[in-house]
Design a protein around this ligand. Structure first.
Ligand code: E4P
Length: 218
């Protein structure tokens, strides 16, 4: 499974890029607002830091303006993935942009029917939001399982399932068990994934025993 990082914070991206585990980055208008940065500048900077796909979202809601915004965002770097909302105009833009050879991430997906539309529109990635479904009392991960199963039945659809709105390590583990292609992770979740009380306890015991031997490797 590929790991994307869900943030527009350059210092967080830099720190995580150094782990060698970051395959891409996703942003959205709220994350850009939170960064306090100019969208064009910050997307360019992220693209220079991470060679993988960097999702940059259009903010227009009509097809012609979406296409103009997509052109401007795509001109920033070869690894910009254009993110469009799952609307009629968004999927028209998805079809047009992917036909020009550029990756598209279709965002704000909350049903299998929407995921089917996005795949038929040629989406590179579909982003179902699991946390926001959990928030309204549904089981977000059930939607991931449904979409993965549905896409698997049609080998001609090569849209990748990108699990978005991840709120816990459980979400990531379930995404892996289901076989989702990508998880986009808030930075804190990635750092938390390294942690286990038994890893820390075991390492401390190894180090104490090693000290008693008086040896060094170097
Ligand atoms: C990713 O592409 C989405 O923008 C993001 O995961 C949304 O997460 P949220 O529901 O926590 O805002």
């Amino acid at each position: 499974m590929k790991f994307f990082i869900d943030t527009a914070d350059i210092s967080e991206i830099q720190a995580l890029a150094e782990t060698g585990l970051v395959d891409g980055v996703t942003t959205n208008p709220s994350l850009i607002a939170k960064s306090g940065r100019d969208i064009l500048e910050v997307i360019k900077e992220i693209c220079d830091l991470v060679p993988g796909p960097v999702s940059a979202e259009v903010t227009a809601t009509d097809f012609p303006t979406m296409m103009k915004e997509a052109d401007k965002l795509a001109a920033l770097a070869d690894n910009v993935t254009i993110k469009v909302p799952l609307t009629i105009d968004g999927l028209k833009a998805c079809r047009a942009i992917t036909s020009n050879g550029r990756e598209v991430n279709v965002t704000l997906c909350f049903s299998s029917a929407q995921a089917l539309l996005a795949a038929k529109a040629g989406a590179t990635y579909i982003s179902p939001f699991v946390g926001r479904l959990d928030d309204i009392g549904e089981v977000g991960m059930d939607l991931i399982a449904d979409i993965v199963q549905m896409y698997d039945m049609y080998p001609e659809l090569d849209t990748q399932v990108l699990v978005a709105s991840i709120r816990s390590i459980d979400h990531v583990e379930m995404a892996g068990l289901i076989g989702a292609h990508v998880s986009t992770l808030p930075p804190k979740i990635v750092w938390d994934m390294y942690e286990h009380a038994l890893t820390e306890k075991g390492l401390n015991a190894f180090l104490e025993d090693w000290k008693k031997t008086g040896q060094t490797i170097l």
